[in-house]
Design a protein around this ligand. Sequence first.
Ligand code: CMP
Length: 429
Amino acid sequence: MEPAQPSQKQKGQRPAPEGRLTSWDVLIFVAATFGAIVFPAALAGGDRLVKHIGWYDAFLTILFIADLVVRLRRHDDLQGARRWVILGADVVAALPLQVLPGMSALSVVRLLKLARVAYTMDRWRHQHLPQWNTLRLVYFIYWLGLSVHWLTLGWLSIRTAPPAPDGWTEYIRALYWCVSTLTTIGYSGTVAVTNAEILYSIVVMIFGVATYGYVIANAANILVNIDPARAGYFEHMEKLSSFMNYRGIPSELQRRVRDYHAYVWEHRLGYDEGQILGGLPPSLLNEVSMYLKRDVIQHVPFFASVSDELLSEIALAMHPAVYMPGDVIIRKGDVGRAIYFISRGEVEVIGDDGKTIAVLGKGEAVGEMALVLNKPRGATVRAIGFCDLYTLDKSSFDDILSRYPQFAEHFRALTKQRRKQNTVLNRLS
Ligand code: CMP
């Protein structure tokens, strides 16, 4: 079955590949954040706290109306109810309420634009999944900062203490009270006197404790998830070590097991390619598979001359395998079940007299003779150091051999050349 193709955009619809953030999105993000800071401040502190609010309001109204037009023309990936909720918030946030007399207080509805901010954050998150934990922290600080600002303004509106000489001093004192109450330190020197002040203090304290709880609960999670592969590796190694100790496995064998895992971790980051590739659509699977196997694909001279079709078949059928120093990869006389391509490291081919007849390295193939000739393995092959190989099993090899004459020719020629070499060597010894 053909994989589903992404739908073509209709003619005339505006740019932005789905999910990609544009500088316009960033501008709206900044403008909405600015609005979320100044409008509540103007409401709570008036002219003493924010001057020229009328100008800001006019500017943001124009910007938000322009944004509305852009959103309606742009085909974004928002779907269903969420799309209408965010678009609805966009519409209300763009209403030019300041032209109506006595409605200036309603300019706080511009805060609804924060729905768009939350959506932009969501898209950012999807684009930067590897940095998700850092972003999570940044988002948390962003929302906490805004909340502290609003709580400070709330206190400014209800507090009964004598006013400070200027708006900024008042704001800073209120912020001091807010932070010391939120953090439950409570040394701001300001005492809640009226009922409204006491109730408000209780709300702020509860908010502070909840935030504190959230931070503690998530800190450990964030730390673990900053590098899940590393965390998983160490957890696995700990389990493995205690298992090997418990079962009394000799220390030399334990060391080799640990060395193997350390090598796999270092070179493959402990990920199983099969797991990563599983579930991808065929076209993507091809590309990722070719990329992962590029080391071997680029270094096998024969692969440079084959068609893309054959190359992708080979790449898809090859599976990684790691061998440790001294490991026997092929044993003379065994039935040939696979051919191997060397991606990293070296192997030695050992002749009948126990002497090395060839050393093969990166980009070379080994184990093709038994498959081509349909005979048992003709020699023993051993890993010299750590070796990263890609194996192609006999059925895939035979299948490709029968369909691609170029592939068959190459391996028949290689077999012929190696047999000849061995005959000469046998004659000499
Ligand atoms: P096979 O016989 O399946 O298993 C042993 C492998 O060693 C053999 O395939 C070849 O791939 C490889 N081999 C045998 N002789 C030589 C040689 N002279 N040079 C390089 N490789 C060889």
